[in-house]
Design a protein. Sequence first.
Length: 202
Amino acid sequence: MKNFLFLSCFFICYSSAYSQQEYHHINSGKTIDKGIEANDAGDYEKAISFYKLIPPGDTNYMTAIYEMELSYLNLEKYDSVIALCTVHLKQNWGRHFNTYSVLGTAFDNKDEHEKAIEVYKEGIAKFPVNAVLNYNLAVTYQNLEQTDSAITYYKNAIRIDPFHHSSHLRLAGICANEKELTKAMLCFNTFLILEPNSSRSL
């Protein structure tokens, strides 16, 4: 009888605890939205705390990981970005083209440009029609004053996405520096058509 009462009490307590866990189930979509809102407001640590609430089995887990990578990037915690992206790329978590972009940017910001180039090229090999990866690689080459390579990848980005504003603007700057004024005007006019009212257009 005592054993029966003990088991009954245990079952009731366990059921109650389980019910409470179910009751506090996280709405991952809304939680990620709160994280993005905090990130956009500049509260990156708070954003990360929201993303960390998403468990690995959740359907939005991949999105949470990617958004966390961006928040760490905004915090300039590049080693954390690199560690998280490296694990991300080893897993079949999706959104890899964005992760290659974030990882390359982290290496660039650490002045590890050769590693950034390696990452961007690996990403381009897997996602050859991704304009952002081609653009990011072009920027890295331009910063290293490897102008010919930069031009190649800016042109690649434009072939993939003719409406990629920044590639047209960057090409305009390179052409102007090399005294190719007609090409510079064509590139800059295209940029102005695509982005007529931004601060970069003034």
